[in-house]
Design a protein around this ligand. Sequence first.
Ligand code: FE
Length: 320
Amino acid sequence: MSGGRRLIVTERASRRRFLTGLAGTVGLASLGCRPVPRRSVSAREVVRVVTAEPRRDGAGVSLRRSVGGAALAMLDPFLLLDELHSDRQEDFIAGFPNHPHRGFETVSYLIAGSFAHADSVGNHGRIGPGDAQWMTAGRGIVHSEMPEQEPGRELWGLQLWVNLPAARKMMRPRYQELGASAIPALDVADARVRLVAGTVGAKRGPIDGIAGAPTMLDATLPPGGRFHHELPGGHAAFVYLLAGSAQLGPQRTPLSVGQLAVLGAGREVSVKSDGGARLLLLAAAPIGEPVARRGPFVMNSEAELDQAVADYRSGRLTDG
Ligand code: FE
């Protein structure tokens, strides 16, 4: 289904809800017996649960892949989600030496340990605990991402790939670097939420100017805690469980560590956790264009992929 059609369906549904709500309010008001009821929000149900698959990538890094694995090739516009979580140096220390990207965005989010990064145009730095980096590769970047952690201590990080629409695939690369203190922490129902992108009430996350108007929340629920969040209608959305266990949506679908729940149409996502949980909530507008992918290149056609490979081999990937 195209993104446009999804939006139209959602718009019709919300108009219907508005009219229904209005009729109900008028009726109650004319009876003079009750205050205006809270607007009901359509619940997003879990339509699919995917368990992350063990993979090796880079120069020999052990990770768990949910989006981009065999069970869920993509969830437009999300192309990949990898979780790296280990206290064994041999699982991560080889890292991701110099490699290219073109045509999409990579989002790195660290919980423990750090990554040193350096690219072909002179950008370099370190992403530490609680930090996020939203890198729009655009027409091309060649970079290295090398994990750093003391022996015996855990490294815990995530990388998300988000597609770019055709009109932005060849844009100039852009970095949005967020230190931990730049990410607002908010209380939402019982949850402590770090707001990387999107909005919670009047608060807006620091990531801006991204095509699909993404939402990215890191929510921690205490035992017995509840969390709910209203997402834009028509956005593709999923929850990935980082720790603990949780029940999602009106069906109370159970989710355990390393599992991803794809959310269906609607607006409100609801989570309950008996024993406590930590999760990522991601959402963004689907792009609805053809996707051609080959390793670190994601374009619209095979011809564009061939061009990306040729540009990389001739050292012109990052020219522009
Ligand atoms: Fe990379």
